[in-house]
Structure formats: structure tokens, C-alpha cells
Design a protein around this ligand. Structure first.
Ligand SMILES: Nc1ncnc2c1ncn2[C@@H]1O[C@H](COP(=O)(O)OP(=O)(O)OP(=O)(O)O)[C@@H](O)[C@H]1O
Length: 312
């Protein structure tokens, strides 16, 4: 089990992370979701041992991890970090890059084939890495991190250079492979769809502190403000009173798919401003009391037309 207890971490007086506490077991996948600059990479670097923790402790299976001052080569041997700037050898082939981490025995050939299949680079096996695209290089870095089968894999925006077309299949291959091999994984991402679909737990960071922690379903069902909801697309923050006959105070967060056009007059009339085609539906941007309101509808609506909305 990996136990992370960070009381605080600062870069030259500026506190970057505060009160981060979580545990992950073998084979579990935690996604760290947070806006740019909130401290995701710093958290991964602390866990990997590239930075000294100011206050707090990180343990793996009851051994305290000691950070860069305590070993010649920074980084723990049972962990691999795939960083945003990946570390691969440009003047060797894809297969040679992977082999450089293996023992040189015959079974390595099978392992290389297995890894090439996970990242779908079989056709590029004998290509020099310098001749690959950015996304292909990122896939080599992923395969290389898996070569020696780490116990914990840390991924910093692992799919940032990979197109949508390849991304879905690659994510499925990679995260299934990690589950099969019982490798724990912590991945930093801005991509809520990835976090919801592939992780066992999500840690949402806000300004270096834990904003939310839980199972993906719990996180999605419990978002309560614009920052939290904003990771899952456009959200509406509306007075509770609008959807209740009782006198209720406060605001409620409503996703566009939770609003629909009513056949009756309601207290929630909106004026259509713009329609965005999303394939399966249109996202309608409208105005109510000078506020932008987003809702989904199956067809395009005319600009300026008025509709009454209801919660469903
Ligand atoms: N070596 C450093 N020295 C001083 N400040 C740093 C250093 N590295 C990062 N920071 C600052 O720490 C904060 C957190 O950075 P970090 O890279 O961890 O964020 P992030 O959430 O990973 O961002 P992104 O999603 O953009 O990669 C930022 O304000 C950044 O400017």
C-alpha cells in the first residue's frame, strides 16, 4: 500500500501543496484532477522522490520514502514516472529503447511484443525514435516505463500528445494491462472523462489542497460549485428556490443534461443565444436574468426564441 501524508510542500516560501492524505492499494488507479498550476506534477514528483518533502511522510509497504537527498539516483526503483518531457533515446529504434530496460534474455522478445501491442507501435518496432511523431514518442515512453514492470506507475498527462482517434484504444489497453499486472497507478490529468471512466478513485485538487476525494461516481454526483462542476463541462449554478415550491436558500449545481424544455409555463424562461452541435445532441446557450444557462436539446433552436425550462 502507498500511504501519502503531505502536510505541506513549498518551492522557496510559496506553499504549493497542503494537507494531502490518501492511500492506494496494489492494482488501484487514482486520477489527480486539477486545473493547470494547482500542483499535480509537484505531487507526482514528491511521491517519486524527486523533491524533498517539507512536512509529512510517504510510505510504501511500511517503508518510508526518503526523497532525493538519500539516494544517488533520484526516484524509487519500484516506481516509474512518465513525465511531460519524456526521456527516450532518439538515435535507437523503438524495440531497442524497450530492450534497454530488459535483461537481454530470450523471453524479452515476447515482452517487447507485448509492450508494442499495448501502445500499438508494432509497425514502428524498427523505426528510429527520432523519426516518430510527438504522440508516437509519448507511446514509446509509456511502453518503456512498463518494460520492467513497476509496482507503481506515475503518469503526468500521459495522453497529452495523442489524438482522440488513438487515445480511447490506448487508454483501454494501458489501464487494462495495469489491472492485469496488478500495477498501482497515479495519473495527473485535466481530462475528466478519462478520470471518470478509468480510475478507482479521483483526487480533485484546488490550489494545492484536496477539494474532493472519492469513487468517480461519488465525485460526479456530489459536485457542488462551479470549480468542481467545471471539470465536467459547462454547468449552471442556480438558486435552489427555482426548483422547489418550499422557500429554500442557497444555490444548486445543474448539468446541461439535467434541464429540459417544459411543455408548460415555468418560473424559468430562457432566451436562446447559440447552439453548439455535439454529435448526439445540441448544447444550447441561453440567457435567464442576464445569466448564461446551458441545456441539451435534440435539435437546433432558433436564436431569440423563448422556452420554459424544467429540471429532470
Ligand atoms: N521548480 C519550481 N520552482 C518554483 N515553482 C515551481 C516549480 N515547479 C513548479 N512550480 C510552481 O508550482 C505550482 C504547481 O506546479 P505544477 O507543475 O505542480 O502544477 P500542475 O498542476 O502540474 O500544472 P499543469 O497542469 O499546468 O502541468 C505552479 O504555480 C508552478 O509555477
Amino acid at each position: 500500500m502507498l500511504k501519502v501524508d503531505i502536510d505541506s510542500f513549498s518551492y522557496s516560501e510559496v506553499t504549493i501543496l497542503k494537507d494531502i492524505h490518501f492511500r492506494i492499494k496494489s492494482g488501484e488507479h487514482l486520477s489527480i484532477l486539477g486545473e493547470s498550476g494547482c500542483g499535480k506534477s509537484t505531487l507526482l514528483h514528491l511521491i517519486y522522490g524527486l523533491l524533498n518533502l517539507d512536512e509529512g511522510e510517504i510510505h510504501y509497504n511500511n517503508t518510508k520514502l526518503l526523497g532525493p537527498g538519500h539516494s544517488l539516483v533520484p526516484g524509487e526503483p519500484f516506481m516509474k514516472l512518465v513525465a511531460q518531457e519524456f526521456d527516450i533515446m532518439p538515435f535507437t529504434t523503438v524495440a531497442e529503447n524497450l530492450a534497454s530496460f530488459l535483461t537481454g534474455l530470450d523471453e524479452d522478445k515476447n515482452r517487447i511484443e507485448e509492450l508494442l501491442e499495448v501502445v500499438e507501435l508494432q509497425p514502428f518496432k524498427n523505426t528510429l525514435v527520432k523519426n516518430l511523431s510527438g504522440g508516437q514518442k509519448q507511446r514509446v515512453a509509456l511502453a518503456k516505463a512498463l518494460a520492467n514492470e513497476p509496482q507503481i506507475l506515475l503518469l503526468d498527462e500521459p495522453f497529452s500528445n495523442i489524438d482522440v482517434f488513438k487515445k480511447s484504444k490506448l487508454r483501454r489497453n494501458l489501464f487494462n494491462h495495469l489491472k492485469e499486472k496488478n500495477v498501482s497507478c497515479i495519473s495527473a490529468t485535466h481530462d475528466s472523462e478519462e478520470a471518470l471512466a478509468f480510475s478507482d478513485y479521483i483526487l480533485m485538487l484546488k490550489n494545492g489542497s484536496m477539494e474532493m476525494f472519492g469513487r468517480p461516481e461519488e465525485i460526479y454526483q456530489n459536485v457542488s460549485d462551479e470549480y468542481q462542476g467545471g471539470f465536467f463541462g459547462d454547468v449552471n449554478v442556480l438558486p435552489k428556490q427555482l426548483f422547489s415550491s418550499a422557500r429554500t436558500e442557497g444555490e444548486v449545481l445543474i448539468f446541461p443534461h439535467q434541464l429540459q424544455i417544459s411543455t408548460m409555463e415555468t418560473d424559468f424562461p430562457v432566451v436562446v443565444e447559440k447552439c453548439y452541435f455535439h454529435g448526439t445532441h445540441y448544447l444550447i446557450q441561453s440567457k435567464w436574468n442576464n445569466k448564461d444557462i446551458f441545456f441539451n436539446h435534440f435539435k437546433k433552436l432558433k436564436k431569440g426564441s423563448v422556452f420554459h425550462l424544467e429540471y429532470h
